[in-house]
Design a protein around this ligand. Structure first.
Ligand SMILES: [Zn+2]
Ligand SMILES: [Zn+2]
Length: 297
């Protein structure tokens, strides 16, 4: 594992740039499979990137038409389980799919341990496959780098991180990807955080988390043992209207509402969009699993 930010890697090629939202539900529960947990696929500058690895990420990538062996980079915005629970299974399945080149994994402090302990938990299987099937070394297939705020990757594809406000988690980062005039910014999980607007300045796509505060009480009523949940949600997530305010201040080209809380199918799509419209008159779409946005110059 390495711990330095700002690595220069490779060059860009002609793969069609696109973003696919794989999982758009916030929080660790899985009441239905209409919305899986946070994960996105970003193909930019010839690199295949995965951003967060919530439950469903592996199948989501395949469903989006991308081969697991083609994944180059994996980024984790923070270590809440809804964003990382399927990291290990994704790595393992990339490995058994026959990935030859090393996959780079970037995450906040603790990511190295997360991968090490997953590998240890799967030691029986990994060792037997390396020996019996002659597979490449699992350990050598993945390089983990723990990043912090600032430049994460400086190459044709540039990736920058901004520490956002997601108490009590301190290592939680928005990520901005820039390559050849196209840019996509992920807010990660955060309360309303005005510095995100400057970080997202003129981004083509802003993928921002969104909460519908008016529906939170309904969520709380359904969830047992959650006396502090409402308090946590209000302190660490962003109302959809404020996501609109960030998009407006940033001058974003398109706002995608993501990490929906509550992800209640009874809430009409229009309720989310109406909340955004109080602050933002530009292009906005309510995220759903499988939503694809292609680069249009
Ligand atoms: Zn989350
Ligand atoms: Zn979180």
């Amino acid at each position: 594992m390495t711990s330095s930010n700002s690595k220069s890697l490779g060059s860009c090629d002609d793969r069609q740039d696109r973003l696919v939202l794989l999982g758009t539900k916030g929080g660790p529960s899985l009441p239905c499979v209409n919305r899986m947990l946070p994960a996105s696929l970003l193909e930019i500058g010839g690199k295949v990137c995965v951003v967060d690895c919530g439950l469903g990420v592996t199948a989501g990538i395949v469903a989006a038409g991308t081969r697991l062996v083609d994944i180059d980079y994996i980024f984790l915005t923070h270590l809440h389980s809804d964003h990382v629970l399927e990291l290990g299974p994704l790595l393992h399945t990339i490995w058994t799919s026959g990935r030859q080149q090393q996959v780079k994994v970037w995450g906040p402090a603790g990511t190295g341990k997360l991968v090490d302990r997953f590998r240890e938990s799967m030691r029986f299987d990994i060792e037997i496959r390396e020996m019996d099937e002659g597979r490449a070394s699992f350990r050598d297939t993945f390089e983990v780098t723990e990043y912090t705020e600032g430049c994460v990757l400086a190459s044709c594809l540039e990736v920058n991180a901004l520490r956002v406000a997601h108490p009590p988690v301190t290592d939680c980062f928005a990520l901005r990807f820039d390559c050849q005039g196209w840019s996509v910014t992920f807010s990660s999980d955060t309360c309303y955080f005005p510095p995100l607007a400057e970080f997202s300045r003129d981004t083509r796509i802003l993928v921002h988390e969104a909460m519908l505060t008016s529906a939170i009480d309904r969520l709380i009523a359904r969830a047992p043992n959650t006396t502090r949940l409402r308090e946590h949600l209000l302190a660490s997530h962003t109302d959809a209207s404020d996501a609109g305010a960030i998009a407006a201040a940033a001058g974003a080209g398109l706002l995608l509402l993501n990490h929906l809380v509550p992800a209640d199918p009874d809430i009409p799509d229009q309720a989310w969009l109406d909340a955004v419209r109080t602050q933002w008159s530009g292009d906005v779409r309510l995220g759903y699993d499988g939503l694809e946005v292609k680069r249009i110059d």
